[in-house]
Design a protein around this ligand. Structure first.
Ligand code: EPZ
Length: 434
């Protein structure tokens, strides 16, 4: 088991390379199951979740090869070589419990398997620290496209005779649109007969990135990035080359790192257009955000104003940055209010921030954050990916030393975070438990 030891108080200053997006790479890798020939993906980060998807694709008859990093700086993040994915056999249909329990995004293989191999056997994801995460919308979409499905021993088993059939469907749920559900059904519809219209589709940049990949493979998708996506089904898809979009959540996390440490950071290979609602909140907090070409300049103005923030589906404030913003507002000059609309129970970080001297009170899906003069270092426990990022941010500014345990959570979604932070002045080290 590994932990981070962080001594707070250092002001962050310098350049950070933002990696390719985890949440775009995962569904895009799954979509490669539908392509004939090789697909080459650039910018895919090195993360434990990516390793899990590589394992799953291997189990499903794909050859996956990661090239050495040779790319020049101008051509995007230099950390990683391209990833080649080639389907070599199509006999398997199962995403096993062993894999799905470690990475929910394995669910993204459902649509591609069903569309290309006419069958999908996917373990139904279980409980999650961030709250209730059913897959009813994914299943509803597949059934609307003509699949038959039943559950057995914790698995969803879907089958279709012949091709899926395009149709017009509404895909919204109680908490609004579903990101991976939209991508899953969009992938399945890409090889269906006729046109599919997805109404109430998610508009996240990751949906658009996957649609762009599929269109390069020969699909006919329009309207991605809006709540109504049109997919004209095609007979086959062929491998292509694609660069995944920058990770907007990693970028937002580093913007908050600059703010919480009174720092100045240059975030390279980032896309500010994907973070408009985040910039809106940070500017109200008092953070200065500028952009030049593909670089974001983010600096604190030594003041943290209290704000109100409600998480929403894109283009609203992302739920994946809620915990990190809460860590910042723990040092706000007054009372802030945070409302979580996407995952109403996503507050596992509150208890740990209060252990560091925060004054956060949760009531239902809203938290009141009373700002304090300072946070204190303490031993804390990471519980999920974004909650652990919030604890690291709080530790960067806390008085004294913090030990963050279970950092395997953070390795799922942040590439070499301690190296990137140390390179701009943070006093952080990764330690192995004896
Ligand atoms: C994606 O999850 C992201 N994961 C999540 O990021 C992110 O928090 C989430 O979108 C929202 O932005 C990946 O891309 C791998 P949803 P997803 O389906 O698609 C409800 C991170 O930290 N819902 O858009 O699984 C659901 O319970 C992760 O990187 C249904 O009711 O999220 C939630 O309340 C965490 N039925 C809401 O919709 C369904 O069938 C939005 O969930 C599906 C979802």
């Amino acid at each position: 088991m590994e932990s981070f030891i962080i001594r707070g108080g250092a002001r962050l200053k310098g350049k950070v390379e933002i990696s390719g997006s985890k949440n775009s790479s995962l569904p895009i890798m799954a979509a490669c199951l539908m392509a004939e020939g090789k697909t080459t993906l650039r910018g895919v980060p090195r993360l434990s979740d990516i390793d899990s998807m590589v394992k799953l694709l291997g189990d499903l008859g794909c050859h996956v090869y990661r090239h050495e990093a040779k790319e020049s700086v101008g051509d995007g993040p230099t950390l990683n070589g391209p990833l080649d994915i080639t389907v070599t056999e199509e006999k398997k249909f199962e995403a096993s419990y062993e894999i799905v329990k470690t990475m929910r995004a394995s669910i993204c293989t459902m649509g591609p398997l069903l569309a290309k191999r006419k069958k999908a056997i996917v373990s139904i994801p279980g409980g999650c620290n961030i709250g209730d995460r059913p897959i009813d919308l994914h299943l509803r979409g597949m059934v609307k496209l003509g699949a038959e499905y039943h559950t057995q021993n914790g698995y969803a088993i879907l089958e279709v005779k012949g091709r899926l059939k395009g149709c017009r469907m509404y895909l919204g749920g109680a908490q609004g649109p579903t990101v991976l559900g939209t991508i899953n059904v969009m992938c399945a519809a890409a090889l269906a007969e006729g046109e599919t219209v997805l109404v109430g589709a998610a508009c996240e940049p990751e949906v658009g990135d996957c649609a762009n990949l599929l269109n390069k493979m020969g699909a006919k998708i329009t309207g991605h990035g809006t709540p109504e996506i049109r997919i004209e089904g095609v007979e086959k898809l062929t491998g292509c080359e694609h660069r995944v979009i920058p990770d907007r959540i990693e970028c937002g996390t580093f913007m908050i790192a600059a703010a919480i440490t009174n720092g100045e950071l240059e975030l390279k290979h980032s896309n500010l257009d994907h973070l408009i609602a985040v910039v809106d909140r940070l500017e109200d907090v008092g953070v200065k955000v500028e952009r030049q070409n593909g670089t974001i300049f983010c600096s604190s103005q030594r003041r943290i104003n209290p704000v109100e923030m409600t998480t929403q589906p894109y283009p609203g404030f992302p739920t994946d940055l809620q915990a990190q913003l809460m860590a910042l507002l723990c040092l706000g000059d007054g009372m802030s209010v945070i409302t979580e609309r996407v995952f109403p129970d996503r507050f596992t970080h509150v208890g740990e921030l209060n252990r560091m001297g925060g004054r956060v009170r949760k009531e239902g899906s809203t938290a009141g954050v009373q700002g304090v003069k300072e946070l204190q270092g303490a031993p804390v426990m990471a519980s999920d990916l974004r909650a652990s990022a919030a604890l690291v941010l709080a530790a960067l500014v806390a008085k004294g030393e913090t030990k963050v345990d279970r950092v395997y959570h953070i390795d799922r979604g942040y590439e070499k975070i301690e190296q990137k932070l140390a390179a701009v002045g943070a006093r952080i080290e990764r330690v192995k438990e004896r």
